[in-house]
Write a protein that binds this ligand. Structure first.
Ligand code: A2H
Length: 253
């Protein structure tokens, strides 16, 4: 972890009923996969959520209404930031593996896709954020590479227990223009660098380096209520709106 605290927005991706498998124990509760993002203004382009299949997660009581599925480590941090009934003491209702979450249907704030699914990503770190990542393949090279892995490799879908209908209907959504990279910067940079999979670590780091700062400084919103405004202006407004509407909470570590 860095020296400076990182401020994330936790996006509340609501689990849609019916609750099946292990999640059945949570039936009747407001359960969310809480995804840590630095880019709340990109939420229009969500196509899925990412979980680590072998990762350890829990369903934690955040307050009287909400249950968040996150890592234990994140629940502990959140419990010191107002995200628990008893300060500093997270209450785990149910332990889960990432595998238990694959295929769960979600409604996520701002997404142009009304229903998206939790899918496996093998490069998720369990010591960063919540261990849940929301996927915006238009603007995040990691997300684009991992989505293409699942779309283009039926054997990988089979191995990871991913059904076609959770992946194949979802197209990359143009949401931000960056003059140098067009309307889907992650797609362009992944293609330019010939990134072949989510495991192309060095190339993905380079892709992120190329797009990240430019997106913030030179990006313009193509969609939503701040269409036409700069990313750097839209970002704080959308973050504030999501938090005020109860669709997100702030989290730092
Ligand atoms: B970002 P930083 Cl559109 N493991 O959100 C791996 N990656 C994780 C993670 C974890 N445990 N937790 C969060 N992340 C991702 C959106 C996005 C992000 C866009 C573009 C770039 C981007 C949609 N995915 O991040 O190391 C999340 O993906 C580029 C770095 O703390 C989060 O923001 O800087 C970002 O990494 C946080 O990474």
């Amino acid at each position: 972890e860095g020296v400076q605290p990182q401020e994330y927005t936790l996006i509340k991706m609501k689990v849609n009923p019916p609750f099946t498998g292990k999640l059945a124990a949570l039936e009747g509760k407001n359960v969310y996969l809480a995804a840590a993002t630095l880019r709340p203004e990109t939420m229009y382009g969500q196509t899925n959520a990412w979980v680590l299949p072998d990762g350890d997660y829990g369903a934690f009581e955040i307050n009287d209404d909400d249950v968040f599925v996150i890592t234990k480590r994140a629940a502990m941090n959140l419990a010191f930031q107002g995200g628990s009934k008893v300060p500093g003491k997270p209450n785990c209702l149910l332990e889960l593996k990432g595998k238990d979450l694959i295929g769960v249907a979600l409604s996520s704030p701002l997404s142009v896709n009304p229903v998206i699914y939790a899918l496996p990503m093998l490069t998720i770190l369990t010591d960063k954020g919540t261990g849940i990542v929301t996927s915006v393949p238009s603007d995040a090279p990691d997300d684009y590479a991992a989505l293409m892995d699942l779309k283009n490799k039926p054997a990988l879908r089979e191995k990871l227990g991913v059904e076609d209908k959770w992946v194949l209907p979802f197209e990359v959504v143009p949401i931000i223009n960056i003059p140098e990279f067009g309307d889907m910067s992650a797609v362009k940079v992944c293609q330019d660098l010939k990134i072949k999979s989510q495991n192309d670590k060095d190339k993905l780091a380079e892709a992120k380096r190329l797009t990240y700062l430019k997106g913030f400084l030179e990006g313009t919103m193509l969609v939503g209520e701040h269409k036409g405004t700069k990313v750097q202006d839209a970002k704080p407004l959308l973050r504030k709106m999501l938090v005020a509407n109860g669709q997100a909470v702030m989290y730092s570590e």
